[in-house]
Design a protein around this ligand. Structure first.
Ligand SMILES: [Zn+2]
Length: 176
């Protein structure tokens, strides 16, 4: 979602600029050095000896931690895949969905899992994360009726293969 260099994403850059302007008003001096730096996807205050500047840096970093870096709506710090990011529910959901689709397609192509078992043959509905499960159209599911548990939906490898182009398109749309 974020690049790891110190370029601030758009929504953060706008808020950061407001903090710089506010500092300028308080001190009657123009300051253009960054108040925050991004470390592993999260904003941290840049250290300054000057107490006022230090205060502004701390407040700016704290403010950015509650703003989605992708769209600017209220967000919070979340674990996205292997790293941390500040994201709103919507952007986080899209990101999750994209990852879930990619991992389903990888499973279907036999690119993950035990190489001796070969590609996965079927997906029980509970094998799929909730978000992805709810995106699979109703008519695509097969049904089985074990007497103990009641009806269970599942997809075969053939079904997932047939769904693959549509899922791939969905992943692209979600990643936007
Ligand atoms: Zn967002």
């Amino acid at each position: 979602m974020q690049n790891q260099d110190n370029e601030l994403p758009g929504p953060w850059a706008r808020v950061h600029a407001r903090f710089l302007a506010r500092y300028g008003n308080v001190r009657c001096e123009h300051w253009s050095e960054p108040l925050v730096e991004i470390v592993n996807g999260l904003p941290f205050p840049v250290y300054y000896d000057d107490r006022v500047l230090k205060g502004f840096a701390r407040k700016a970093a704290a403010a950015l931690r509650s703003i989605c870096a992708t769209c600017g709506r209220p967000g919070r710090v979340r674990r996205v895949g292997g790293y941390m990011a500040v994201a709103c529910g919507g952007c986080f959901g899209k990101e999750q969905m994209t990852r879930q689709i990619e991992s389903l397609l990888d499973e279907c192509h036999g690119e993950v899992g035990d190489p001796f078992d070969g590609p996965k043959a079927a997906w029980h509905e509970h094998d799929l994360p909730t978000l992805l499960r709810s995106a699979i159209p109703a008519f695509c599911w097969r049904h089985t009726y074990p007497p103990q548990t009641g009806p269970i939906r599942y997809l075969t490898r053939e079904d997932v293969t047939r769904l693959a182009p549509w899922l791939a398109k969905l992943a692209v749309v979600m990643a936007r």
